[in-house]
Design a binder for this molecule. Sequence first.
Ligand code: SF4
Length: 212
Amino acid sequence: MSAMNHDATVDATPATGRSFVQGILDDGMGGIEHNAITAKLEDLVNWARSRSSWPASFGLACCAIEMMATGAAHYDLSRFGMEVFRASPRQADIMIVAGRVSQKMAPVLRQVYDQMMEPKWVISMGVCASSGGMFNNYAIVQGVDQVVPVDVYAPGCPPTPETLIHAIETLHQLIEDGQLLRRRQETGAGANVHVTEIAAGDNPVPVILGTR
Ligand code: SF4
């Protein structure tokens, strides 16, 4: 509950730019935005979903090494409520497609996706998953969006852990403000958001990437 109160305070002003106190002075209780008592149920659900998203254990190729590094001690993915990569798709809600997708693996990937509970999200990690990359041949799917709807694309070969965290933070933000579902309705597929690549060492303190 203390974490909830903390975030309610931090998130109190984004819509209007008013300070927490000014909001109360202007509109009384109605001026307290994103408060646990006055918030819309939809906002609270999105808030909870964005902070408790568990990825499925699903590494396909070399990109998966970077994904594992992202979960290890230095980058510490658990800071974002994602400490456990679930071995069962029924306990996961984020699929990180980490690596090239072979034609043989595509139906398996789709089956894992289908077994995940709604709502579920997909990050395409690396150029191979996003477009086939340098594997422009009959054996590799030329873009995993042919198999599952992709919400966020993380560029690079491989994307650095900083880039993957950037993609995850972007996904969390899209879930929290409801944009992700709106974009899905518009595209009829995934949210289709592209993030920029962050080279290793570009951020001298990678553990403070993002806004939380
Ligand atoms: S993008 Fe690069 S690192 Fe990732 S799977 Fe393809 S070749 Fe491997």
